[in-house]
Structures are given as C-alpha cells and as structure tokens.
Design a protein around this ligand. Structure first.
Ligand SMILES: [Zn+2]
Length: 435
C-alpha cells in the first residue's frame, strides 16, 4: 500500500555527440502513503462475547455469499444485489457490515482469480470496517465499533508508536482481527503525507553495491568488509551444519535443520540492520546539506545486460535482495524526510573518468580495475566506486535543475556549462575532439 510513484516527467534525451551519454531521468515524487497501525484492544468480557459473535456472523455471511453467488462473479456490487437482504435477515448483520461482507467476498475472489484459484472459505478471524461503522477517539484512546448488538466503545492498549501515528489523524478504514494467540487487534489505516521536499541546492551521488556496499560523492563509504566477514562466518557455520544435517542421526538432522533456519534469519536481520543504518546516514546528510540523492536507475538492467555476458558484480547488483533492499530503504527514507531522489542512467557511470569524462578507448578494457580507477587520459587515480559516485552526482545535476520545466536556454547553458565539451574516445581507438 502507498509507496512512491515514479513519473517520467522530464524525459530529457540529449545527445552530445562528443559524449554520447543519453540521460533518461525519473524523479521519485512524494505521494500520499497509507500506513496501517496495529493496535491491541482491551475488551471486557461482554465485548469479547460481542466480538466473537460478530466474527462468526461475518465469516458465516461471507461463506454464504461465496456459496450462493456463482464463482465467476467478482463485482461486490453484483454480489450485494444478489445477497444483501439474505445477509441482513439470516445473519443479523447491520446494513454496513452486510455491505462489507459483499466487498470482502468480491475482493478475495479478485485476488484468487489473479492467481487462477478460487476462494474456498472464510475463517472467523477478521471483520472489515469503514468510517460509518468505526471511529477512533484520541482523547481517551478508544475505538467505537458496530458489533452484533450495536455500537461498542472499546479501549485500546497502545504504545508511543501507535499514539504518535494516530495523532490528529482521521482513520478511513480498519480491520478487527483475532490474532493467533487469541487476543484482539484493530488494524487502523491512516493517510500520511510526507513533508514538503526542500528545493535541493546540490546532489549527492550514491554508488551502490560494487566493491563497497555504498560510496557517496561526498566521500562517505561503507566497505563490504565487515559484512563479508560476517557472511563468511555464517557460510562456514552453515556448511558444517549442512553436512551434519545430511549425515547425522535423525534427531541431529532435525536439530541442524532448525539451526540452519534460525541462522538464515539472523543473517538477514544483520544485513537489514546494516541497510537501515547506511540509508539513514545518507538521507540525514542529504537533508542537512540541502541535497538531493542521485542513484543509478537499474530498472530493466536484466534486459539491458542480457546481450552481453554479465560480470559477477552486475549479476549480484541486479539479483541480490540486500542490494535491492538498500535502494528501497534509501528511497523511502528520502521521501519521508522530504529529500528528492533522482535516477540517472547507469551506462558508463563506472567506466567514465569523472574528471575528464573519458572512457577507455579499447573495447572491453577499462580504466577501472577492482577498487582502483586510473584514467589513461588525464591521469586521475582514485577509488573506483568513489569515481562512480561522482559521475552519478554529475548526471543527477541536470535532472535536479530541470525538474518540472521544459528545457530553456538558460538551463541548457547551465547544463552545458556543467559538462565542458569533453573528449570522447570511440571504441575503435579514434579520438574525437569535442567542440
Ligand atoms: Zn580522466
């Protein structure tokens, strides 16, 4: 639910003959996000009896509608036209709860249809609420819900997180749920709008997931060493457990499988935590320095790179969940903090020298070798990922400056002023002098 929206507002293709870099840019815009706040209910015994009765009636009504209405029908309006009266008289549901039943059956059928399945049955574990049959009162943290015998006020047992996120909000919908441990919860949906994006004055380029995890054009870097060491440690433990899980006695095998499962969870949590820390640091620095964040646009990298044999790094960059997660974290945290994110074309960002915009003249060869970048044209020597992040930042500048406007002369000048006509070596080795 919610999230970010990608728009191709300023698809700006420019071909500087001498540079041959085309930039397609996407600006990730802020948009309304729907947040679900899970709140525990503190029902009295009477409340519990009412909730249980309503859960049962709601599920029975869903199952009835699911049986009576032919399986192909997925429209909740059609379902409502067919069974609404029955639902009210047979199950004693209020008008709005009967409507919610039809909506639930319709929605579940649509989901099932998309997966080429059919809806079997409904369990008595949840009820949908909308603004007419549900309300949240902030002053004493109470929700009022329509149950079988009318409207009930039930106190919430909530912490600070819930209180902060519900503060001043007008919830639009909710689900009353019975969790597996038998306690009752209300999942409340509220709309949140991230803060206004501050007009960025500069761009921080972020190069992700090559030899280091992340390197910024401001000089911050997160080496993969710690993570690699941890991952290797996990891998060694895993290998030894795996062999035990194959050879040992029955109970040893079972125990090893259990440990393996726990281990994979721990490894994942470790990387997730790292990604939270890295993305948080980059976003707070961008916010403090009024910068936008430029990232490489890797959507469709699979298709684009299919023609050529791909390097191990590229495969990891497009397949690894940890790398993907870091990009997502960065984007979400940036939107949440009002920091703009711009996407730049990843072509050449790792091969081009950020000083002279030169690419190695021989096809298949690169000035980059592992962590080191040594430009054969201007002599620049430095960290390869850091060079990449500078290129990403440079590509992000025009995208940033042109947001929401059509190219004007002024901006063109800014643009070309940024890219001094460079020298570009054709892969054949022929050097073309730029304007
Ligand atoms: Zn150079």
């Amino acid at each position: 639910m919610g999230g970010f929206m990608r728009t191709r507002t300023n698809s700006l293709f420019f071909h500087v003959k001498t540079l041959l870099v085309d930039i397609t840019c996407d600006i990730i815009e802020r948009m309304e996000q729907i947040l679900t706040i899970v709140c525990k209910l503190s029902p009295t015994t009477e409340h519990v009896a009412q909730i249980e009765a309503t859960l049962k009636a709601f599920a029975d009504a869903c199952n009835y509608a699911n049986e009576v209405v032919k399986p192909q029908t997925t429209s909740s309006v059609t379902i409502q036209n067919l069974v609404y009266q029955d639902l009210r008289s047979m199950f004693g549901l209020s008008a709005n709860l009967a409507v919610r039943v039809c909506a639930r059956v319709g929605a579940n059928r649509k989901t099932a249809k998309a997966k080429k399945k059919t809806v079997e049955s409904f369990d008595a574990t949840s009820i949908d609420y909308d603004a007419r049959i549900f309300d949240f009162r902030q002053k004493d943290n109470v929700v009022s819900l329509t149950l079988m015998n009318g409207r009930y006020r039930i106190p919430l047992d909530i912490g600070e997180y819930q209180a902060v996120n519900l503060d001043g909000k007008k919830p639009t919908s909710a689900q009353l749920c019975k969790h597996q441990d038998g306690s009752y919860y209300i999942h409340i949906q509220v709309k949140t709008i991230p803060p206004d994006t501050t007009e960025p004055e500069r761009v921080i380029g972020v190069d992700l997931g090559r030899s280091d995890i992340a390197v910024t054009s401001d000089g911050d870097s997160w080496s993969g060493k710690d993570i690699k060491a941890t991952r290797d440690r996990f891998a060694r433990t895993r290998a030894s457990l795996q062999s035990k899980a194959m050879k040992g006695t029955r109970s040893t095998r079972r125990r090893c499988r259990k440990i393996l499962k726990r281990l994979s969870g721990r490894e994942r949590r470790y990387q997730t935590n790292q990604n939270h820390v890295i993305s948080k640091t980059i976003v707070s620095k961008a916010k403090a320095s009024k910068s936008s964040i430029a990232l490489e646009d890797l959507t469709g990298i699979r298709e684009r790179t299919n023609q050529q044999p791909r390097s191990k790094t590229e495969r990891r960059r497009s397949n690894s969940w940890a790398f993907y997660q870091l990009r997502i974290f960065l984007t979400y945290k940036a939107i949440g903090a009002g920091v703009k994110v711009v996407m730049v074309n990843p072509r050449y960002t790792s091969q081009m020298c950020h000083k002279c915009l030169h690419i190695h003249p021989v096809k298949g060869q690169s000035y980059r070798s592992g962590k080191r970048f040594k430009c054969g044209h201007c002599g620049f020597v430095g960290d390869a990922d850091s060079n990449g992040s500078m290129n990403i930042a440079a590509l992000g500048v025009p995208v940033n400056a042109l947001e929401g406007s059509i190219l004007s002369c002024n901006l063109r000048r800014t643009y070309q002023g940024y890219y001094k006509p460079p020298l570009y070596c054709e892969p054949s080795g022929e050097t073309i002098s730029g304007g």
